[in-house]
Design a protein around this ligand. Structure first.
Ligand SMILES: [Ca+2]
Ligand SMILES: [Ca+2]
Length: 394
């Protein structure tokens, strides 16, 4: 069996597999540190670059050295080929594993600020088509800035959705119209697939907390869903579209809503989501330490900072957020799956066409399904098996 002797080769193998065998580790370390002579002194010649011999050599030793160099080159070439093959094999196996895992776990929760969604937008067929395609990607989708005074736009969207995606049955649950002034009000609407999620509770936060009455302009309309095929099984969603000029205050007050809901429904599995306006000029860095939703324990902000959730090319702010509470919920999230959905890029729209739909991208996250860990372990085992197989037969 060919032995991979070069240090970088062993390193590549160790890194690519995540495995370090004890006997190999010793050799790798020795080759890096230099060998020890019988008198215990350390020689570093083994990690120095090859140099031309300084003294003349005989023809026979030159031939031997030439042969040795040729062998070394061959060894290196074989080593490189073997490592490349291994890396490719492992990479492909990993990809297959990831695809299986993601394919099996695509329970998607989305939050989308539709920017003045009402009668006018619902009459634009191209806009409704794009909205339908976006929402049809989600198992549960929170819609914000719904200003459907006639009460026709949401039912129209829902019927388009059910026609467009006949594989699922979509329903919606909406809050009352919320807002301090009667001239400007918004609704929260949750659209969900009835075949993957069941609504098991809804609660309009009354916003009458003693000492902090009327903290919100658009009080959270809290819902609870049962989703038996997900790893988490049941969870609560707290939506919020903050008032830009009052972002710090409202984000902090969301912590009180979270605490109340945890007690009321005896659950730790809570997600807070929506257009928090939690960036740029609306949430100054110095104010972040005042927000318990940021400083509180066991809260995970999933949309990475510096992510652009705005459609306009001229702005780049992480306004829209997804936050989960509790380690159990954090573990039930597909790693690195939280991100905005750039529908402009995906559906090849101009900036103007995209802005007709909304000035925000939706943000979304995937929940692991209950077979996730089994699939992931199977993929890992297969990687290990192929690694061992290739180790013995290459
Ligand atoms: Ca209020
Ligand atoms: Ca932007």
């Amino acid at each position: 069996m060919y032995q991979c002797s070069a240090a970088w080769c062993k390193s590549a193998l160790a890194v690519s597999t995540g495995l370090v065998f004890p006997n190999r580790k010793k050799t790798f370390q020795e080759s890096n540190r230099g060998s020890l002579s019988p008198d215990g002194q350390k020689h570093i010649s083994s990690i120095q670059p090859l140099r031309k011999p300084s003294s003349p050599v005989t023809a026979s030793s030159s031939t031997r050295e030439g042969g040795a160099r040729s062998n070394t080159r061959n060894n290196k070439l074989l080593c490189a080929m073997r490592s490349s093959s291994l890396l490719l094999l492992l990479f492909l196996t990993f990809l297959v594993g990831v695809c299986e895992v993601q394919g099996a776990s695509d329970f998607r929760i989305c939050a989308f600020n539709l920017h003045h969604f009402g009668d006018s937008k619902s009459k634009k067929s191209n806009v409704m088509h794009t909205l339908t395609r976006i929402i049809a990607r989600c198992d549960v989708c929170l819609l914000q800035e719904v200003r459907d005074t006639q009460g026709k736009a949401v039912p129209l969207l829902l019927s388009r959705l059910n026609r467009y995606d006949a594989q699922h049955d979509y329903k919606a649950v909406a809050s009352e119209r919320l807002g301090r002034s009667s001239s400007y009000q918004e609704q929260y609407v949750f659209v969900y697939r009835t075949d993957t999620a069941t609504l098991t509770g809804q609660y309009q936060y009354p916003d009458d907390r003693p000492g902090d009455v009327d903290a919100f302009s658009r009080e959270p309309f809290v819902v609870r869903f049962k989703a038996p095929k997900t790893d988490i099984k049941e969870f609560v969603l707290i939506p919020q579209h903050t008032t830009p000029t009052n972002t710090t205050k409202e984000l902090d007050a969301l912590y009180d809503v979270l605490e109340q809901v945890k007690t009321m429904w005896k659950t730790q599995n809570v997600m807070l989501l929506g257009d928090f306006n939690a960036d740029c000029g609306y949430l100054a860095k110095k104010n972040r330490k005042k927000v318990r939703l940021i400083t509180g324990k066991s809260l995970y902000w999933l949309i990475p900072e510096k992510t652009d959730t705005t459609v306009r090319l001229s702005t780049s702010c992480t306004y829209d957020r997804i936050v989960v509470h509790g380690e159990r919920f954090a573990r039930a999230i597909v790693p690195l799956s939280a991100s905005p959905f750039n529908f402009q890029l995906e559906y090849r729209l101009t900036e103007e066409q995209a802005l007709e739909v909304s000035d925000h991208y939706p943000v979304e996250v995937l929940l692991k399904d209950n077979a996730y860990n089994v699939s992931f372990n199977a993929a890992t085992s297969m990687s290990l098996y192929l690694f061992l197989l290739s180790h013995f037969f290459f």
